[in-house]
Design a protein around this ligand. Structure first.
Ligand SMILES: C[S@@+](CC[C@H](N)C(=O)[O-])C[C@H]1O[C@@H](n2cnc3c(N)ncnc32)[C@H](O)[C@@H]1O
Length: 308
């Protein structure tokens, strides 16, 4: 994952205290690190990185209430929430599951972009685009239709791995992603006719009715809690007979949860119900893992929804 985020407090001494605190944290002396971070926040009360790190350390020390207070202060210091304090609060059970702050996703993937493919493909055996490709081919084969699509939209396109997988089957690819640095990488593939820096739901909202034959979202809806809004827009933008193919992470319980990796997991039942409520028909829903973490395949789903 990317290096730890740091936003200077603007106060040299407070920044130094933070650096010392990090050293202590890395050496395992969490109480001393917490002390230094408190000193840093006394010098610079809006020092968001120090508040966020303090929350993290308090959590590791089992000091739940103090962790919650530190994360809440981090959020107040940076309402755009680039550190993702609100996600920590969801994980701690004090805030309801909600969509990810855009500032967090953008910062995360802008940082990640230079190493994204080696980290995901080489280290985690990432296979989302390949799963989508096979799923789309099998749905088309079952329907006795060619797997060729004139107009496709790749949501959360990242560096362009999905367009690379589908390049021979698509005439005109539009890529949409929140992260400008990921979009820069996608541009280098040469597979996209158009690329947009945008939230995927907002991006779809700007597209005319029935203007796409295929919509893809490889490993991207794991950053969205609510799939209903996305699926409803996808239904509007797809032409009759069009497909929306996506992967997601899943869990055995009900509805949507935020996992320890700070990615959403959608239950199979939630996916089924959301697809139906959006007026699409599920052509395929299979248990398939898109990545392996700590030698364990992360439970996942591949779904293909069809517009009649
Ligand atoms: C794990 S990467 C997958 C990238 C690509 N689809 C692939 O298969 O390699 C997730 C991508 O989704 C993008 N993303 C996450 N949430 C988004 C949102 N709400 N709107 C647009 N892009 C989003 C991220 O910026 C990131 O590039």
């Amino acid at each position: 994952m990317p290096a730890r985020l740091f936003f200077s407090s603007g106060d040299l001494i407070a920044d130094r205290r933070y650096d010392f605190a990090r050293d202590l944290q890395l050496k395992g002396d969490l109480p001393a690190a917490a002390d230094l971070l408190l000193q840093a926040t006394e010098l610079a009360p809006d020092f968001v990185t120090a508040w966020f790190s303090l929350g993290d350390i308090r959590e590791q020390l089992g000091e739940r209430e103090a962790a919650i207070a530190a994360y809440r202060t981090a959020l107040a210091c940076d309402p755009g929430d680039r550190h993702g304090a609100s996600l920590r609060l969801i994980r701690l059970g004090v805030e309801p599951v909600a969509d990810m702050p855009q500032g967090y996703v953008q910062t995360l993937f802008d940082q990640y972009a230079p190493r994204f493919e080696s980290a995901l493909v080489d280290d985690l055996g990432y296979r989302g685009p390949e799963l989508l490709f096979r799923a789309v081919l099998s749905v088309r084969a079952a329907a006795r239709k060619p797997a060729f699509f004139k107009r496709a939209i790749d949501l959360g396109c990242g560096t362009g791995l999905a367009a690379t997988a589908f390049a021979k089957e698509v005439d005109h690819f539009i890529g949409i992603d929140l992260s400008p640095r990921m979009i820069e990488k996608a541009r280098l593939t040469g597979y996209y006719a158009e690329l947009e820096v945008s939230d995927m739901v907002q991006g779809l909202r700007c597209k005319p009715d029935a203007s796409a034959d295929l919509i893809l979202a490889a490993d991207a809806v794991i950053y969205l809690a609510d799939l209903m809004t996305l699926l409803t827009e996808a239904q509007r933008v797809l032409a009759a007979g069009g497909l929306f193919a996506f992967t997601t992470e899943t869990h055995a319980g009900e509805g949507v949860t935020l996992g320890a990796g700070l990615r959403y997991a959608h239950s199979a039942e939630y996916v089924r119900a959301s697809v139906a409520a959006a007026g699409l028909t599920l052509s395929l829903l299979e248990d398939r893992s898109a990545r392996t973490e700590d030698n364990i395949p992360v439970p996942g789903l591949v779904a293909v929804a069809n517009k009649a």
